[in-house]
Design a protein around this ligand. Structure first.
Ligand code: NAD
Length: 477
């Protein structure tokens, strides 16, 4: 199975890590720093490589995995773990660097990290994946590359809440007396110490990012885009965790998802796809082919070039490159995936007036809600319970005020009927929405005020680097 895009080759592409470095350097020129600091921030601090054996099907299989820490100021370092057949060290280091910039941009108190295991998950049964994951966790834990205080993984491509709960459980078995052990990973199922709203968080964050873009008065959205989100036609690449939830949330705002591109091809419907029906079909067979609510074709990568208002790459890095950037017809690209646009393609698209909402902001919903989960775990607080108590308290005060104003007493029955809804999920969503709103405002203001910054990506990097620089300066390095 090949997870790399097959069509539209990348003629002059120099690599994902070089692209992230080039984006960093473009922004670093705009942030005054003492000599040498820029290079210190840019490089990845350390990468742990592990090759371990697991006895399966009567023989020994060797697996290769990585965990990179790009920055560990502040700790813990945070970032997903990817399971993919053609991942390599450079990809992991590029993703770890992006995590540092993302956490700094979102003002989350985490350094940046990322991990990967070279594996084709479709070749292994669930029981086998559990054994492999537990062995991988042992290797990472032994070297402190998984730890609630030092390094906290989360799901990414090819991994899920199931992978996270295996990791958390294995870590707990190795460290039974560690009071915060459950905080060693985020993205766990709610029943095992997770937080409501984490599974949807990255996709929902993508939705909030797009909403902010439409709601903010700025020069960037005075393009040929429709004025309202409900009139937008959207193409999404990747129908996994991020792509599906982004699609689902956008249909809440009545956007039309006119195409979904997957590994096996693309499914299109000009009137808008029924996302839940497509999801049921995809979950059953692992492919969009055969879904009756749209027309199918095999050349998925080509469909990135189809006319639409918003293009959301939510699968792989480097899918928009010098080989197809000139032909992209979307007016807005929202980077739900990490690194889907190469450095050179970014330049071409900016020159063509196509707006990009960059990865370090667009997909930051996942790590933001991971932060809520980590805080919930280390404080040993039940968010829902806290909120219910607070709500009850506020409601009691409101009732007292009303009684005084009206000069009458309510019955217990009447008081109970005033109770409103409100759950951990409401709290998580409103916290995420607020983070996405305030960060977009900061990026957009910086771009408008600074004539040297013409795009949101550079604005995001400049904000992130300014904060990381401040951290190094404060601790005296
Ligand atoms: N999961 C998160 O919380 C999170 C957070 C931030 C960023 N991201 C990024 O979002 C992207 C997707 O992650 P995910 O968690 O949704 O992964 P996932 O494994 O759940 O889904 C990825 C989907 O992409 C599809 N895909 C693979 N190759 C493809 C191709 N060539 N063309 C079209 N589709 C293809 C897969 O079949 C799968 O359905 C990655 O870049 C990841 O780093 C994820």
């Amino acid at each position: 199975m090949n997870t790399k895009p097959t069509a539209s080759a990348k003629p002059t592409h120099r690599g994902f890590l070089s692209d992230v470095d080039a984006m960093f350097l473009r922004a670093a020129e705009l942030v005054p720093m003492q000599e040498g600091l820029s290079q210190k921030i840019q490089v990845c601090n350390e990468t742990y490589i592990t090759r371990f054996g697991v006895r399966l099907r009567g023989q020994m299989f060797t697996f290769e995995g990585w965990r990179s820490v790009h920055t560990n100021h502040p700790v813990p370092a945070k970032g997903g773990i990817r399971y993919a057949p053609n991942v390599d060290q450079e990809e992991v280091e590029a993703l770890a660097a992006l995590m540092s910039y993302k956490c700094a941009l979102m003002e989350l108190p985490f350094g940046g990290s990322k991990g990967a295991l070279k594996i084709d998950v479709s070749e292994w049964s669930e029981a086998e994946l559990e054994r492999i994951t537990r062995r991988f966790t042992q290797e990472l834990a032994r070297q402190n590359f998984i730890s609630p205080a030092l390094n906290v993984p989360a799901p990414d491509m090819g991994t899920s809440e199931q992978t996270m709960v295996w990791m958390a459980n294995e870590y707990l078995r190795m460290n039974p007396q560690e009071i915060n052990a459950v905080a060693c990973v985020t993205g766990k199922p709610v029943a095992a110490g997770g937080i409501d709203g984490r599974t949807e968080a990255t996709g929902r964050g993508v939705h909030y990012a797009i909403r902010e873009f439409f709601n903010t008065e700025c020069e960037l959205n005075r393009t040929e885009l429709p004025r309202a989100l409900k009139d937008c036609r959207v193409i999404i690449q990747g129908f996994g965790n991020v792509g599906y939830h982004a699609a689902k949330c956008l249909t809440e705002d009545r956007c039309k998802i006119v195409a979904v591109i997957e590994r096996d091809g693309v499914i299109k419907n000009d009137d808008g796809l029924d996302i839940e029906a497509l999801k049921a079909h995809f979950d059953a067979g692992g492919a969009v082919k055969g879904y009756s609510g749209g027309s199918y074709s095999e050349d998925g990568a080509k469909a990135l070039e189809d006319p639409c208002d918003i293009l959301i790459p939510a699968a792989l890095e480097s899918v928009i490159h010098t080989g197809n950037a000139e032909r992209i017809q979307a007016k807005l690209i929202v980077e739900a995936a990490n690194g889907p646009v190469t450095f050179e393609a970014d330049r071409i698209l900016n020159d063509r007036g196509i707006v990009i909402i960059p990865d370090l902001y667009a997909n930051a919903g996942g790590v933001t809600v991971s932060y809520f989960e980590w805080v919930k775990n280390i404080t040993h607080m039940a968010f829902g319970l806290m909120q219910r108590r607070q709500r009850e308290h506020e409601q009691a005060r409101l009732v007292e005020g009303l009684e005084e104003a009206l000069g009458k007493r309510f019955t217990d029955e009447q008081k109970a009927s005033f109770a409103t809804g409100g759950t951990e999920l409401d709290l998580v969503r409103s916290g995420l929405e607020e983070k996405m709103r305030s960060t977009f405002a900061k990026m957009s203001e910086l771009r408008e005020e600074n004539p040297d910054i013409s795009d949101l990506r550079t604005a995001g990097y400049v904000l992130a680097l300014t904060r990381i620089k401040g951290f190094y300066e404060a601790i005296g390095i």
